[in-house]
Ligand binder design. Structure first.
Ligand SMILES: [Mg+2]
Length: 276
């Protein structure tokens, strides 16, 4: 089939890894570090909270204070996981075991719940005071995918998802939102378990084999791999492409603009995705 300009209307992917409608029905995006520039905010808040705790603990026990490492500790133990899993897994890596407490614990409580909530307070404060920026390439890709009839979900461990999407003016973009509140309410296992992505695909009516997972966290690409999704795309903003591949990414990009096609003649005739 050709269009009025004699151009083949079967879209020829411009990139090696184009997300095409004949192969996939749905695209499931992680939030922090994939859509919005908030992974750094989370990492900084984790560090502030853990360092304050570790310093206090060092004073009490007489052990040396070893700060939270923004690069290694964040990637290996915390990134992408539900908040309380992150607290527990990092503390375990330092041989520390705290009582669980509960998700409603006050920020003063020396429990997994209390430490997690301290970190959450810090994040909310920054989102309110500084705001949130989405990545341009991610916005362009999502607009293009919507224009081409893909179902789109955001799948995040964050309980701040709604606030972040609102702050980034992206709240109308997604057919389905699976966030930290859904995880708690439905007792889902968090990433690296595939459950959150599988639920999103199910709610969108897409088979996992025809759904794409887009993730920047090691726990996230692992979840995509564990769920046997058709395509797992790692976003290597921290120069960790090899590590993402080792944890299950089929392909790795540095920024989602690498997946945006130049508009075809048909797109132009039907209206640019950016006009939506
Ligand atoms: Mg992320």
């Amino acid at each position: 089939m050709t269009d009025v300009h004699g151009e083949r209307s079967t879209r020829q992917p411009e990139h090696k890894y184009a997300i095409t409608r004949d192969q996939y029905d749905a695209v499931l995006f992680d939030l922090d570090g994939v859509i919005t520039d908030t992974a750094g905010v989370h990492a900084a808040c984790w560090k502030q909270m853990f360092d304050e705790y570790l310093q206090k603990r060092a004073r009490q026990t007489g052990e040396a204070f070893r700060p939270f490492d923004l690069a290694a500790d964040y990637r290996l133990y915390v990134d992408g996981k539900p908040r309380f899993d992150g607290v527990r897994d990092f503390l375990r890596s330092r041989g520390i075991q705290l009582p669980e407490g509960s998700p409603g614990d006050s920020v003063e409580a020396e429990t997994v719940g209390g430490l997690g909530n301290r970190k959450n307070d810090l994040v909310n404060k920054i989102i309110e005071e500084v705001g949130v920026e989405p990545y341009d390439g991610s916005v362009k890709l999502i607009r293009q995918l919507r224009h081409r009839g893909f179902k789109i979900a955001v799948v995040t461990s964050s309980q701040n998802c709604a606030a972040v999407l609102r702050a980034a003016r992206l709240d109308a973009f997604f057919d389905i939102q699976i966030d930290g509140n859904v995880i708690l309410a439905q007792h889902l296992a968090g990433k690296p378990a595939p459950d959150t992505f599988l639920l999103a695909a199910k709610l969108l009516g897409a088979e996992p084999s025809r759904a794409v997972v887009v993730e920047d966290a090691l726990s996230g690409v692992q979840a995509g791999f564990n769920g046997k999704f058709g395509l797992v795309i790692g976003v290597a903003r921290k120069g960790n492409a090899d590590e993402l591949r080792r944890h299950g990414a089929h392909v790795v990009v540095n920024d989602l603009s690498e997946l945006v096609d130049r508009p075809t003649t048909r797109d132009l005739l039907e209206g640019q995705p950016d006009d939506e």
